[in-house]
Ligand binder design. Structure first.
Ligand SMILES: [Ca+2]
Length: 360
């Protein structure tokens, strides 16, 4: 029972079922956004799970499919960032300034795993234009209509004890109540790639996912905190999390409307909680150590090709989600936490994404 790996889907990819509609890791064909995709067949049998590290507890069990509770108001002033977007219904973007921040977590941080360090000083060398919010269900729905796109891969869900995958859960029916203003979840790598391709074509601008370093820089907003919020602030003012585990109440049992909670100092909302966020690239246990060594030898702080080389050198490109979700307790809902998934062939009902728009 852990959040760090999804072996069932990994094994599914190695089975004949993979040829019947499941994404193969080694072959990532460009998504066809013009024609509907045939629905994938469910796996024929469950594969045994490998032993897992101790789970990060506590974890919220999924809620019943009921309407959300009343929203708690936040009376303190909220900073208003400069917002840009490429069309009326395009994602709102904020411009994160260049600068330097410590990435990763210090040795003594509660809930820390070894792959969050060593802490490094990292420079964002050019401003980064990144989503103010997670992509919403309404935005994703508009894409599926415009592109006639039909996601085909299963969606995972965690019941508080174990993961399961099936075709009954999908972005439009993730297993709990959602409005169009909620972050889309149950999106796979193929789905996200198709969305980004469509949005780029629609706007004439290049959209992509942030990589891990960009994500953490933007999420930290220059701060070394465990999670957003000034000293003494309740986590429930900044994030939709497994609030009972934090001994506060955010009033949402599953996802909430994006922007419901206070932004960080760069104007980004929901960097912790609500939907966890897929980031670009493959997982490396030694990401921070590799960067530290490169910096120490005068090689700078850019890891050009690093993530791609991981994908080509190993059997599976394990994917990473950052920020924790509505289902995350204190260990996962941290700015440095890295959730790892053995494959990205299917999404899950607690993870969505945020976009980056590249400079012209
Ligand atoms: Ca919550």
């Amino acid at each position: 029972m852990t959040l760090r790996a999804l072996p069932l889907v990994a094994l599914m990819l190695c089975s004949p079922v993979a040829d019947a509609g499941f994404e193969k890791r080694e072959a990532t064909p460009p998504p066809n956004v013009e024609a509907p995709r045939a629905p994938a067949r469910p796996p024929k049998e469950a594969a045994p799970r490998k032993p897992r590290p101790a789970p990060r507890a506590p974890i919220a069990a999924p809620p019943a499919e009921t309407a959300p509770e009343p929203v708690k108001s936040v009376s303190a002033p909220v900073p208003v960032p400069e917002v840009v977007r490429d069309c009326a219904d395009c994602p709102e973007l904020v411009i994160v300034p260049a600068g330097e921040v410590a990435l990763g977590s210090p040795d003594g941080e509660a809930g820390r795993r070894g792959d969050e360090g060593p802490q490094i000083r990292w420079q964002l060398q050019k401003p980064l234009t990144i989503g103010r919010f997670e992509i919403t269900r309404g935005q994703f729905a508009a894409f599926t209509r415009a592109a006639n796109y039909v996601p085909a891969l299963p969606c995972g869900e965690f019941d508080g004890k174990a993961w399961s995958y099936g075709l009954t859960r999908r972005w439009s029916s993730p297993g709990f109540h959602q409005e169009d203003t909620h972050p889309v979840v149950c999106v796979s790598n193929s789905d996200i790639t198709a969305y980004l391709t469509w949005l780029s074509a629609k706007t004439g601008r290049k959209y992509r996912l942030p990589n891990e370093l960009e994500w953490e820089y933007a999420a930290r907003a220059g701060r070394a905190d465990v999670r957003p919020g000034r000293s003494g602030a309740t986590p429930c003012a900044y994030a939709n999390i497994a609030d009972a585990a934090f001994q506060c109440s955010d009033h949402f049992a599953a996802t909430s409307p994006v922007g419901q909670f206070r932004p960080n100092d760069f104007g980004l909302h929901d960097v912790i909680g609500n939907a966890a966020e897929w980031v670009d690239g493959c997982y490396s246990e030694t990401l921070f150590e590799t960067l530290r060594k490169k910096q120490a030898t005068g090689g700078g702080n850019v890891l050009d090709g690093f993530f791609d080389s991981l994908a080509s050198g190993v059997g599976l490109c394990r994917k990473v989600a950052r920020g924790g979700s509505w289902q995350s307790g204190p260990d996962e809902a941290r700015l440095a936490a890295r959730e790892i998934f053995d494959t990205f062939s299917g999404g899950n009902n607690r993870t969505g994404f945020r976009v980056v728009r590249e400079a012209p």
